[in-house]
Structure formats: C-alpha cells, structure tokens
Design a binder for this molecule. Sequence first.
Ligand SMILES: Cc1cc2nc3c(=O)[nH]c(=O)nc-3n(C[C@H](O)[C@H](O)[C@H](O)COP(=O)(O)OP(=O)(O)OC[C@H]3O[C@@H](n4cnc5c(N)ncnc54)[C@H](O)[C@@H]3O)c2cc1C
Length: 387
Amino acid sequence: MRTQVGIIGAGPSGLMLAQLLRQVGIESVIIEQRSRPYIENRIRAGVLEYEVAQLLRQSGVGARMDKIGLPHGGTSLLFGGEMHRIDFRDLTGKEVMVYSQHEVVRDLVAARVESGAPLLFECSDVAVEGFASGDAKIHFVHDGRAETLHCDFIAGCDGFHGVCRPSMPDGHLTFFDRVYPFSWLGILADAPPSAEELIYANHENGFALLSMRSPTVSRLYIQCDADEDLAEWPDHRIWEELDTRLQHPGFHLNTGKITQKGITPMRSFVTEPMQCGALFLVGDAAHIVPPTGAKGLNSAMADAVALSRALELHYAHKNHDGLENYSKHCLRRIWKVQRFSWWMTTMLHRSGEDGFSHRLQLAELDYVASSRTARKSLAENYVGLPL
Ligand SMILES: Cc1cc2nc3c(=O)[nH]c(=O)nc-3n(C[C@H](O)[C@H](O)[C@H](O)COP(=O)(O)OP(=O)(O)OC[C@H]3O[C@@H](n4cnc5c(N)ncnc54)[C@H](O)[C@@H]3O)c2cc1C
C-alpha cells in the first residue's frame, strides 16, 4: 500500500486534515484503532470557535451544524452571586457555535465514507517507522492481516495516548506541562439548559460550568479533587452542588436523567517540536489544555489547517517552507491558547489558595467584569485566534 499522507487517528484533527487534503487533490489513508460507532459516540468537547465553524462550512461539512448547532453571542461569569455577561458579538463581531465534538466527527466520517477515500477502522498494532530517514511507513493489522502503508508523510493525529509522539527518537522532544490540583466532574443530562448561554461560576465551594449540547441536553461540570472517587457522587449530590454553585437571582436549575458521568483531569501539556523528519504531530498528540477555555478541539483543528496548507504548498508549488516551519507556526498559536486556558483556569477555580491569592483572583474577575478592554481580550481569545 502506498499513499501521499498516512494519517493515524480519526479524531477531529485526522478527519479534518483528510478532508482538507482531499479538497486540494492530495491522497491520504486514515488508520483508526477504534470502531466507527465508538468514535461517533465519544462525548467530549462542544464549543466551536468562530473560524472553526467557518472551516466546517468551507470544507463542505457544515450543514448539520448550521441546522442543529446553537450559535452563542456571549457567555457569563458568575462570582459573588452576580452575573457578568461577556458580549462576544459586541466586543468582537463574532460568535461561537455550540455543537458536539461527536457530531463533528459524524459529519467528517460521513463525508469521508461518501468520497470513497480510505478510512480503516479497528486497526491494531499500529507502529511508525523510517520517518527520519526518508522511508516513512505505517505498520498495522487490519481485518486480521498485517499491512504496511508507505507514505511521503505521516500525520500523527492519534491523541494524547497515541503511538506517534513516543516513537520520536530519544532526546528529540522537550515536554512542558502543568498538572492542576483539581479535576472536573462532568455530567450529560436529559434536561433543557437552565440558561441560554454558558455560565462560568467561581463559587466558594469551587468552580462550576453550565453548558449544553442541544435544546434538550445539558452538559454540566463541577470542580472536584484531583483524586475524587465518582462513587462518592450520587446523582442527587451532583444536582445539589450544581444548584449551590450556579445560584444567582432568578436562576432555576433544570434537572433530568443523567446519561453520562465522568471525571476529567486538568492538565496543560506542550511538546516541542511537533515534527521529526516526515512525521508531524497534530492536535492532542502534541498538546493538551485544561477544558476551561474550550480550546482542545479548536486547537486540534488549527493544527490540521496548518499542516494541510503546508502540504499543499509542498505538492502544488514544491515549496517546503510550510513543512519546515510547521512546528514554529503551530507552537506560536498554541502557546497563546495555553496562556488563555491557564488564565481562565486559575481565575475560576479554588485551590486552597492563601487569602492574598484569593483576593487577587477576585480582583481579576472584578477587573474583567468592569473593564471593556479586559472583556474584549477574553472575548477575542474565546471566539478564537485566527487559524
Ligand atoms: C473526556 C474528555 C473530555 C473533553 N472535554 C473537552 C471540552 O469540554 N472542551 C474542549 O475544548 N476539549 C475537551 N476535550 C479535549 C478534546 O476532546 C480534544 O482536544 C480533541 O479530541 C483533540 O482531537 P484530536 O483529533 O487531536 O485527538 P483525539 O480526539 O483524541 O483523536 C485521536 C484518535 O486517534 C485514535 N488513536 C489513538 N491511538 C491510536 C493508534 N495507536 N492507532 C490508531 N488510532 C489511534 C483514537 O482512537 C482517536 O480516534 C476533552 C477530552 C476528553 C478526553
């Protein structure tokens, strides 16, 4: 088997990269370890930046998003029992789109399958080789047969726990990370959202986030300990805690059947560089952010755009600058995204800080709420930096 670009992983980054490459006539094969139903039902992120929503439209996969997605023109910060709205449309002229990651994945898989281009599910024993010596190959087992895919380039879109990053030579990569001393306990519930837009709450019991996936499904989170035991959180305790942390005048928390419950650790992580020879890391394979700024999925898409542009430059114009500068280009954006995600996380969570740090946190929130310049900065980052 031979292709131009071998893509490992059918998450948002791998699928979008394949879609963008197909639009400019570059061949690819996607190799995914899970089944189609598994990836199409994996509940994760749900807020698309302005340009990412545009990207889906331009790539021909935006129709369902425009039909069932929820455009949001702002969000609110809740602290000291008061709500403070950040009006994205007024501050930036842009909005975000609430549309689940698994719906994005479904749209991209459908487009890929319809095109007839190869997308191989349930591949095992995936390994990369030869990428540093001009003979890039992907080995894997599919339908019980051992296969080797020869490629010009390999895109490691295989997430944080994939095989591509660990396959880079010893000493080639430097890792930067921060592990936060708290996690998020998240639920998905059959309950109409209790507010029209997201609410980010800083409460003395800890952070809470009111979010949604559709007009009938709520997505809600509460800050919990890093080593929290989910068994200690029966449904009624979660609802009580959400009600306490999100309470403000006129608020009523809609409750319903909890259909999913899980704990997400909070971590910032960046790999430098994001490439080695013909192997390029894309999305979570190279970096992860705490979910506070809603940036994980969006950053993965930004890398896919950067790599597709660099590959187009290479194939169509024999210009290798984009590929050579891929890491530099992506890291410049990702460190700004890391800064924003870290800032939102530290501003909104309680971590047993001393009185001085806590007062600084409240001053930060007060400043954002009272200064148009500060609100604009938050809004500009939230709706997304240019792709
Ligand atoms: C539980 C959870 C909740 C999250 N919630 C949010 C949120 O609320 N907001 C937000 O912004 N972000 C959130 N994120 C982050 C966001 O979902 C990711 O940033 C996004 O999925 C990154 O896309 P990706 O394509 O880079 O990687 P992934 O989505 O991880 O896709 C990688 C793909 O590679 C496949 N794969 C892995 N290893 C191999 C292998 N060896 N061979 C072949 N295939 C392989 C995987 O099965 C997967 O399909 C969450 C993440 C998790 C895990």
